[in-house]
Design a protein around this ligand. Structure first.
Ligand code: C5J
Length: 230
């Protein structure tokens, strides 16, 4: 790494991160949420609303890779036999297609199907960790915590979709486990602009009750190599 740590301009206050103890966590940037014909659209959502997060994430991902930071991608989805999909989740609401039904990108929200995969622009590189999770949070029924601890990670830079569902759930789970979570606001998106705004506000309120909120430009600035000091 060019510089061992950096201070990220954030709310409620700036935070200095030791990059060797920090992971970039990209939540569920899957075709099922981002593209027509996937899980998000079956629930009646306008999936084009999530596109705004892609470029900010791509810029931070590139800088994190250059800096040698640990990069972790997550994917929400279920086993083909649905044994990890609770009926309470599968049967809920009145979607146009249910989890496991065949759709234009394969079976909805099922591991191994085209729709379950990560969008090409943010595709994991060989060697990057991908956490497959059956729930909204990245810690539930996964090896995420063990992997973070094995790598000595104490801080998470979190982005992805959707702000108020899988990003928020993961940040809350992480906060309870003692991780400092810095959420990249413009690297998150929601089908509901007001939920996006409130989803970020509730993280940073009360002195940062669950974590910090920043912007991609601030992360890029903090990661910039510092000129050598005499
Ligand atoms: C949802 C997610 N919204 N990745 N999943 O069901 O936020």
């Amino acid at each position: 790494m060019t510089n061992p740590s950096g201070t990220v301009a954030a709310e409620p206050e700036p935070i200095t991160l030791d990059w060797s103890k920090t992971a970039l966590v990209i939540i569920d940037m899957q075709r099922d949420f981002m593209e027509p014909g996937g899980f998000g659209e079956t629930l009646g959502n306008d999936v084009s609303r999530l596109a705004r997060a892609v470029n900010p994430i791509a810029s931070v991902l590139s800088a994190a890779r250059d800096a040698g930071m640990l990069v972790i991608h997550t994917r929400e989805g279920h086993l083909p036999d649905l044994s990890d999909a609770p009926p309470a989740k599968v049967e809920r609401g009145a979607p146009s297609l249910r989890i496991g039904d065949p759709g234009p990108m394969g079976r909805i929200l099922i591991r191994g199907e085209a729709g379950h995969d990560i969008i090409p622009k943010l595709y994991p590189r060989r060697g990057e960790i991908v956490i497959d999770k059956p729930g909204k949070g990245a810690f539930y029924a996964t090896g995420f915590d063990d992997i973070l601890r094995k790598h000595g990670i104490e801080n998470l830079l979190v982005c992805g979709v959707t702000t108020e569902v899988c990003v928020n759930t993961t940040v809350r789970e992480a906060n309870d486990r003692g991780y400092r979570c810095v959420v990249i606001g413009d690297g998150c998106a929601s089908y509901f602009p007001e939920f996006h705004e409130m989803g970020l506000k509730m993280i940073k309120a009360q002195g940062g009750i669950f974590g910090w909120v920043t912007e991609s430009a601030a992360v890029l600035q903090a990661l910039k190599p510092q000129p050598n000091r005499p």
